[in-house]
Write a protein that binds this ligand. Structure first.
Ligand code: AMP
Length: 281
């Protein structure tokens, strides 16, 4: 019978993980902010395939919200999260308080990873990645996983976490996992719970725009493609915040298709801000 082992206190989690590590068990870690969906669960499944023990953290990190209302309205559904995870086998769930994540304050986990943190999401959500780095750095120090699993849905986050690990020389392998989508193409996201049924249908336009970019890569330049895909949002129900076609390694705008490139989109569907991306070549 699958079970979940639930910890709130860092000291108890550390004790349990030390005991597992002592007998040679490998630790896979899936950091989340809860309101779990199939996208999160696909990360858990991947971790289960590759590691002996899987730790899932559920922590809505206040440091990565640049908008207090966004933090207040962020969906929370702990009971449902537990029930979803209990269907997935033997998992350790860590639901810490701020003090359990940052027992000596947050400042020591600050790291400058360079310009990449100021682009795209970093530009539109100032301070977001400073908060992401602090929480992931703190959780890596606490859990010391062998592997940690992140979704390419948050592609810039994956690049930034990899950069952090490289700069700090942390002994953890970052595994980037594919984006899970609803039938209409909308990337699964905890924030989708805040959409009405109609908004959920309208939000599929984001994936339509991404697919258009991929289809037309051989006939249009990056600038032409950006203009054409952006025009899909004109006079529509979604408010485009950005649609950028950038290099996949540094996320800077490109002039040709010689390098690996990705289209990244942020758009508001009503009050809900959604992001998505698609690798183009
Ligand atoms: P969050 O709870 O939104 O912080 O997400 C926790 C992890 O799940 C992050 O690494 C996300 O990139 C990943 N994730 C979120 N949505 C999806 C999705 N639709 N498919 C795959 N991974 C996802």
């Amino acid at each position: 019978m699958p079970s979940i082992n639930h910890f709130q206190k860092r000291s108890l989690l550390i004790e349990q993980l030390n005991a597992e590590k002592k007998v040679g068990k490998t630790i896979g870690f899936v950091p989340t902010m809860g309101a779990l969906h199939q996208g999160h669960l696909s990360l858990v499944e991947q971790a289960k395939k590759e590691c002996d023990i899987v730790v899932v953290s559920i922590y809505v990190n206040p440091l990565q919200f640049n908008n207090p209302n966004d933090l207040k309205n962020y969906p929370r559904s702990l009971a449902n999260d537990f029930s979803l995870l209990s269907n997935h086998g033997n998992i350790i769930v860590f639901c810490p308080s701020f003090d359990d994540v940052f027992p000596n304050g947050e400042e020591q986990y600050t790291l400058n990873v360079g310009e990449i943190a100021n682009l795209l999401e970093g530009h539109y959500r100032p301070g977001h990645f400073t908060g992401v780095i602090k929480v992931v750095n703190a959780l890596f120090n606490l859990i010391k996983p062998n592997k940690a699993y992140f979704g390419n849905k948050d592609y810039q986050q994956v690049l930034i976490v990899k950069k952090m690990v490289q700069i700090l020389g942390q002994d953890v392998k970052i595994i980037a996992c594919p984006t899970h989508r609803s039938k209409n193409g909308l990337a699964m996201s905890s924030r989708n719970a805040l959409l009405s049924e109609q908004e959920g249908r309208e939000a599929a336009l984001i994936y339509e725009a991404l697919k258009l970019c991929k289809e037309k890569i051989n006939s249009l330049s990056p600038a032409e493609l950006k203009a054409e895909a952006s025009s899909l949002f004109e006079n529509g129900p979604l408010k485009l915040e950005y649609l950028e076609i950038v290099s996949a390694d540094e996320l800077v705008p490109i002039n040709n298709w010689e390098q690996k490139s990705i289209c990244c989109i942020a758009a508001y569907c009503g009050k809900v801000r959604l992001i998505d991306n698609l690798m183009l070549n």
